[in-house]
Design a protein around this ligand. Structure first.
Ligand SMILES: C[S@@+](CC[C@H](N)C(=O)[O-])C[C@H]1O[C@@H](n2cnc3c(N)ncnc32)[C@H](O)[C@@H]1O
Length: 222
C-alpha cells in the first residue's frame, strides 16, 4: 500500500480503534457482571492476547476458594482460569497489570495452540468447566465448539466473541470491506451452526461486537 493511501485511511483507522476501545470497555463490564451472577468455579479462556478479558474474569471471580484445599497438610492452588494463547509475548506485555491487580494466582496460563490443549484435556478426562470465553482464531470457533461441548458442564456457559464481526454479517457482501470478508463468512457459518445446535440454547448479546452466549443442555447427540 502506498504511503498516501495509508495516510488517507488513517482517520478511519483511528476512529475504528476508538470504537473498539469503547466496545471492549462495555464488553468487559458485561463479562464481569455475568461472572459475578454465575459465580463459576472453573473457567476457560481461548485467546488471551494481552489479557483484557482475562483480567476482567480474574477480578470477577470470587476470592473465597481461590486457594484450594488442604491436601495432606499441603496447600494446593486451585486455578480458577485456564487461559490458552499461542502468543506468549502478548501475555507477558499484559502480565504486570494482572500482577498489580493481585489476580495472577487465579490464572493457569498455557502458551500453546488451543486445539491441542483441548484435545489433551479430553484425553485426560479433566474436570469440566463452568464457563468458557472464546476469542481466538475465528476459523477454529466451530472446532472449539465441538470440544467445548464435552469440556463444559451441562448448564455451563460458552461465550463466543465477535459474532457480528463489525456488523458485516448483516450487510450484503459487496458492501463489506475486503479485510472483513474472510472471517465474515466464517462467523456467518458459526452463527448458523450455533442456531441449529440442539445441544445448546443461545442468546446473541448485542454488546461490543456481539457476544453469543451458549448454555449447554443435555448432551443429545452421543
Ligand atoms: C482478539 S485476540 C484476544 C483478545 C483478548 N481476549 C483480550 O481481551 O484482549 C486473539 C488471540 O487469539 C490468539 N490465538 C489465535 N489463534 C490461536 C490458536 N490457534 N491457539 C491459541 N491462541 C490463538 C492470538 O494469539 C491472540 O492473542
Amino acid at each position: 500500500m502506498s504511503s498516501s493511501r495509508r495516510s488517507e485511511r488513517s482517520p478511519l483507522r483511528s476512529m475504528a480503534a476508538e470504537v473498539t476501545c469503547k466496545f471492549r470497555l462495555i464488553e468487559g463490564q458485561f463479562l464481569s457482571m455475568l461472572l459475578r451472577i454465575r459465580n463459576p468455579e472453573k473457567t476457560l479462556e481461548l485467546g488471551v492476547f494481552t489479557g483484557y478479558s482475562l483480567l476482567n474474569t480474574a477480578l470477577a471471580l470470587p476470592t473465597a476458594g481461590k486457594l484450594g484445599n488442604q491436601i495432606m497438610g499441603r496447600l494446593t492452588i486451585r486455578f480458577q482460569i485456564t487461559a490458552i494463547d499461542k502468543d506468549r509475548e502478548a501475555h507477558e506485555t499484559g502480565l504486570p497489570f494482572i500482577v498489580k491487580a493481585g489476580a495472577e494466582h487465579k490464572i493457569n496460563y498455557i502458551n500453546s495452540n488451543a486445539i491441542s490443549v483441548l484435545e489433551q484435556m479430553l484425553t485426560n478426562g479433566d474436570e469440566l468447566f463452568d464457563f468458557a470465553f472464546v476469542e481466538a482464531d475465528k476459523p477454529n470457533y466451530i472446532h472449539y465448539h465441538e470440544r467445548l461441548m464435552k469440556l463444559v458442564k451441562i448448564g455451563g456457559l460458552i461465550a463466543y466473541d465477535y459474532t457480528l464481526w463489525y456488523g458485516s454479517v448483516a450487510v450484503d457482501e459487496e458492501k463489506v470491506h475486503e479485510d472483513l470478508k474472510e472471517d465474515r463468512s466464517v462467523i456467518m457459518n458459526l452463527n448458523t451452526y450455533l442456531a441449529s445446535d440442539s445441544r445448546i440454547e443461545i442468546s446473541q448479546i448485542s454488546i461490543g461486537d456481539c457476544v453469543t452466549l451458549c448454555r449447554r443442555l443435555i448432551y443429545l447427540n452421543a
